[in-house]
Write a protein that binds this ligand. Structure first.
Ligand code: MD3
Ligand code: FE
Length: 191
């Protein structure tokens, strides 16, 4: 479900800055090489990938400290978005924060490392717009393109929970005064 302009994106920015001050954005390594998207996390669990594969970790491997706590504002946003989309109580224990500079993209993949795939995923777009690509059950074919703007929220669950998806290369803003990044908050119940 797409919830257009569900989030007050500007209000989320100070919390992102505070999280990044404690757990800096970094480009993780996957089997395909370094990701163009920079990532950090908050909450009890953080998504991490290195030469050993990808997994959820309770401590930031860069600092060996726990991930910053999930701000109340984040948890509340994820909870109300899931409820609005018709899901039961949603208490995410992981918020992966993706930062896309101009030119960054996320290749086609699926998310299925979480313990309970009946739990939805909530994603919140902030900053530069992007085009989300939805493939569904098969990686091939022509994807559905969904343009996402700052403040848009997506809720994924049921049969869509394990579908293939990606994000096209982020384009530069037409207005040079804006911050040159797109952020995406991805809320999950990892464990
Ligand atoms: C559909 N992030 O972090 S958010 C990811 O915009 C990821 O940064 C993208 O895909 C981004 O894994 C897309 C939307 C999203 C997130 C997880 C999903 C869509 C999903 C899981 C299953 C199906
Ligand atoms: Fe994903």
């Amino acid at each position: 479900m797409v919830l257009r302009q569900f989030a007050a994106a500007t209000a989320l920015r100070p919390a992102i800055a505070a999280i990044a001050a404690a757990a800096e954005f970094r480009h993780l390594r996957t089997r395909g090489g370094l990701m163009s998207v920079a990532m950090t996390n908050c909450g009890a669990w953080g998504w991490h990938s290195d030469s050993g594969g990808y997994r959820y970790v309770a401590r930031d491997p860069l600092t060996d400290r726990e991930w910053p706590a999930m701000p109340q504002l984040f948890a509340e946003l994820a909870r109300t978005a899931a409820a609005t989309a018709g899901f039961g109580p949603f208490a995410p224990d992981c918020c992966l924060i993706n930062r896309y500079a101009v030119g960054a993209l996320m290749g086609t993949h699926r998310d299925f490392d979480e313990r309970d795939l009946s739990q939805p995923i909530v994603s919140v777009s902030i900053g530069l717009p992007a085009v989300f690509c939805w493939y569904g059950a098969a990686r091939s074919g022509k994807p559905l393109s969904v343009p996402l703007r700052s403040g848009d929220v997506l809720v994924w669950g049921a049969s869509a929970r394990t579908g293939f998806h990606g994000v096209r290369r982020v384009a530069a803003a037409s207005d040079p005064g804006t911050e040159p990044f797109r952020y995406n908050l991805t809320f999950r119940r990892a464990r």
